[in-house]
Design a protein around this ligand. Structure first.
Ligand SMILES: Cc1cc2nc3c(=O)[nH]c(=O)nc-3n(C[C@H](O)[C@H](O)[C@H](O)COP(=O)(O)OP(=O)(O)OC[C@H]3O[C@@H](n4cnc5c(N)ncnc54)[C@H](O)[C@@H]3O)c2cc1C
Length: 433
């Protein structure tokens, strides 16, 4: 018996020795949470990124964990709103009109998905993914009390000033309750209890107590350090340029630093995932949804994580500091800063919090990020079409922080050929191939 056990462990040791590392392309939050769950399973992982991993979309966003966001970006109301917003340079949503076939195709697919039937189909998938992710964040907090995560379980408040948005938000609160989520409708007097230090000018708000928020930079920094300590390798400043394939299997990844052989790859390239998919020969429609954020001294102290709904501005307080973020400019992969759009966020602050001492940020203090947006607002999670050793985790749009743990866990399960924790048909990678 003992010798048989020895033989088995020697066999698995041999297998481990001849196996090539799993390569994760893209060290954003989705790539890092995938590395986290693979590493826990004893899989050898290398994360490749073309940057030095100091900045990407995962570092300066609003850090909200939002099981309440069960409706994808491509929803019926978005088309009429999007069109009216397009005429203002400070509006929350903007598509810079340009001659670009990829943009035209993306817009066509977005309009096609923005209907009630598609949204109804999407809700249970998004809800389950979000709830799994929130549960994994809670486990993560217990397992890593040393992480300066500051996961604040205080819910998320959607504050509104106009009658039309009030109607939409209350309708949404009822829908959320129908799907089993908690949603409290607050009067101005209720808001004063939640936000005692300064006036929040609003007709009312909906509070989702199941939501939370965290400091994304602290989470990202902790994950990088923790993974390196656990033996995950990082290949930074290395851009993936191509792949070597044999039939349906990728055998090597070609970077500007050389070739790396592999048995399995995970494609987690954020807004650039469409380009990576093109190199592999399948279609993964993707547009960068550019947004900005900046930190301020939190004075007088705002306590509650909030979305200023008419302006779609996210407010994430961290005690003495606070982050304001927002705007969505369908920008491809252009990363230039459009100050007018930052002004749009800035001017929203005093429109809702007239007493807040806001200062327009210097250009060097403005953070920008490209949200990886799929046209139907649902992420791509699973095996790449026509490839037996390529997994994809991308397209999480404005919910990448929220959904990264669940995505990483599911990709690790698929890698190990296990059943997935939740149904993932809604996230099929090949749905546009
Ligand atoms: C203003 C703003 C506020 C937001 N607020 C929230 C929020 O409150 N909650 C939430 O859940 N989400 C929020 N988001 C969205 C969230 O930030 C993104 O969904 C998430 O960061 C995407 O993570 P990712 O890992 O997919 O992509 P990224 O973080 O962009 O990482 C992709 C990585 O892939 C690398 N890469 C790409 N191509 C290659 C290549 N060829 N070779 C090597 N490396 C490559 C890139 O360098 C990059 O590091 C917000 C976004 C913005 C802009």
């Amino acid at each position: 018996m003992v010798s048989r056990l020895n033989f088995l462990s020697l066999g698995s040791l041999f297998l481990l020795l001849i196996m090539k590392p799993t390569l994760i392309i893209g060290g954003g939050i989705v790539g890092l949470f995938s590395a986290y769950f693979l590493n826990k399973e004893g899989i050898e992982v290398t994360v490749i990124d073309r940057t030095d991993l100091r900045e990407n979309c995962s570092t300066g966003n609003a850090g909200m964990i939002v099981p309440s966001h069960i409706i994808p970006l491509a929803a019926p109301g978005m088309i009429s709103k999007g069109i009216s917003w397009m005429f203002s340079s400070k509006s929350p949503f903007y598509i810079h009109p340009r001659l670009d076939m990829k943009l035209a195709k993306w817009c066509f697919l977005f309009f096609r998905a923005a209907n009630e039937t598609q949204v109804k189909k999407a809700i249970p998938f998004l809800k389950n993914l979000s709830l799994l992710s929130k549960a994994l964040y809670l486990d993560f907090k217990v397992e890593h009390p040393e992480a300066a995560l500051a996961l604040q379980e205080k819910g998320l408040m959607m504050a509104y000033q106009t009658e039309s948005v009030e109607k939409e938000e209350i309708e949404f609160a009822h829908l959320a309750r129908k799907y089993g989520l908690e949603a409290d409708i607050l009067s101005p007097a209720d808001i004063r209890k939640v936000e005692p230090n300064l006036e929040l000018k609003a007709r009312g708000a909906v509070l989702f107590p199941g939501d939370a928020h965290l400091d994304p930079g602290a989470l990202y920094g902790f994950l990088k350090k923790h993974l390196a300590e656990k033996g995950v390798k990082f290949l930074t400043n290395s851009q993936v340029l191509d792949f070597e394939k044999s039939n349906s299997k990728v055998q090597a990844v070609i970077t500007d630093q050389g070739k790396i052989e592999t048995d399995k790859i995970l494609l987690c390239g954020g807004s650039w995932s469409g380009e990576l998919a093109e190199m592999l020969g399948f279609s993964l429609p993707m547009m960068g949804g550019k947004g900005y954020s900046f930190l301020q001294e939190n004075n007088p102290e705002i306590k509650q994580a909030t979305i200023l709904t008419e302006q779609k501005v996210a407010v994430s307080p961290y005690g003495g500091t606070i982050r304001f973020g927002g705007t969505m400019e369908i920008a491809g992969t252009d990363q230039t800063i459009n100050k007018n759009r930052v002004k749009g966020i800035f001017e929203s602050i005093n429109r809702y919090y007239p007493d807040f001492k806001a200062k327009f940020p210097e250009e060097s203090k403005i953070w920008k990020g490209l949200r990886p947006c799929s046209p139907d607002g649902l992420p791509y999670i699973g095996f790449a079409p026509g490839h037996e050793n390529v997994l994809v985790g991308s397209g999480h749009s404005m919910m990448g922080i929220s959904l990264a743990p669940a995505t990483g866990k599911i990709l690790a399960e698929l890698h190990l050929q296990k059943d997935t924790s939740i149904e993932i048909q809604g996230f099929e990678v090949g749905r546009y191939s």
